[in-house]
Design a protein around this ligand. Sequence first.
Ligand code: AMP
Ligand code: ZN
Length: 465
Amino acid sequence: MTTIKLHNTRTRTKEEFVPIKRDDVRMYVCGPTVYDRAHLGNARPVVVFDVLYRLLRHVYGADHVTYVRNFTDVDDKINARAAESGRPIGDITAETTQWFLDDMGALGALEPDHMPRATEYIPQMVAMIESLIAKGHAYAAEGHVLFAVDSWKEHYGKLSGRSVDDMIAGARVEVAPYKKNPMDFVLWKPSTPDLPGWDSPWGRGRPGWHIECSAMSYELLGESFDIHGGGNDLMFPHHENEIAQSCCAHPEGRFANVWLHNEMLQVEGKKMSKSLGNFFTVRDLLDQGIPGEVIRFVFLSTHYRKPMDWTEKKALEARQTLKAWYRGTDGVVASNNAPQDIVELLANDLNTAGAISEMHGMANRDEWSDLKASMQLLGLADSEHIEWFREDMNMASFNDLPDAGQKLWTLLGQWQSLRNARNYSEADQLKERIEACGLKLSVGVAGPEATKTEAFDPAKLEALK
Ligand code: AMP
Ligand code: ZN
């Protein structure tokens, strides 16, 4: 069996991955807060952990991996959006959730096995908070419930490598009169009548953000599971607080064994932000005609622990490469198994960039079956399903002539094979016969292309042997 190695934020080393149970590998990734379209940065963890999910399924079997990613559908940003738009919260969260699924689907991301919504787990959160109070790790004050970091002082901050005292010295913590320690964080807070709220032992209120991931991962994955992921901006305070809550409520467990964090995405070398005017959503790119596979390819070409720079140049290059790969693998039967060298590269802390450069080698060596299997492993889909590719390949002009288009497609493939085999005289003969049907052949970066001339005769093309 392939040995997977992953860089564990908790130990700051690349470790051999040993699941708690080999037939039940469990992963939790923090999902989006649903109040707006996902921006391009939000898509990075989705693609990174999708690759890990696919690798785990490849190594341990699809039925032996459980992937949970939540939707945060109770949050003050959502409340603000509802207030300013006058729309009901439920409409906003339902619409945004579906947008997210559609946009991430366009990037080739598989849906996780479970996608719990926070609002469906309020009783479990309340129960966890009650247990934290009973164990002396939390206290109620003025309608709030707070986690007492002093009750877990020697562990708090281990993930992000900070001590409670350092954090207080350097932190922008919210000071509140009801906090015993300024680092104490909210588990539950009161809701005014205009805000979403649930009855609880502390009055009508709503959960703090962090408790939802602790409660939902416990419900769906248990007190100990294998992998917890998210962007590195979540390491502190969100993940630190998740650990504190979960380990104190379930001291019999370890919470997550391995912590994985992706680095941030930038745009043309700059932080993506609305004020810099370089902020865009995944949907914006898709609407501009940049295909999801191209976005995914660009993401995969940078290692997940390095900052990733989105540039227009990269997107253009990715499109050309994918076109050539789809052309070469079109109609080819994929190798039964993904090539082991690609699996090994991914198993080495998700070296997707290494896998892509190895795949360039496959294309240069005409190893199309292996390339196709590698593309499937990386979630890059098959040419048969890629409409933009056929359009790019100039096949769109044959949409109203499907038989002639299909025939041309096959002939162009044969022409390419003859040229690849350096059988130029036969290639030229074939070219002449195709061009005699009123077409002009050329070779673009991504392979052969055909343009119609005035003399184009589809019947003649179809009859060509
Ligand atoms: P948010 O909706 O801000 O909570 O973010 C949802 C997810 O997107 C989290 O996993 C963040 O770490 C991730 N994320 C946000 N901005 C970026 C970025 N610029 N690059 C990569 N990941 C990001
Ligand atoms: Zn979380």
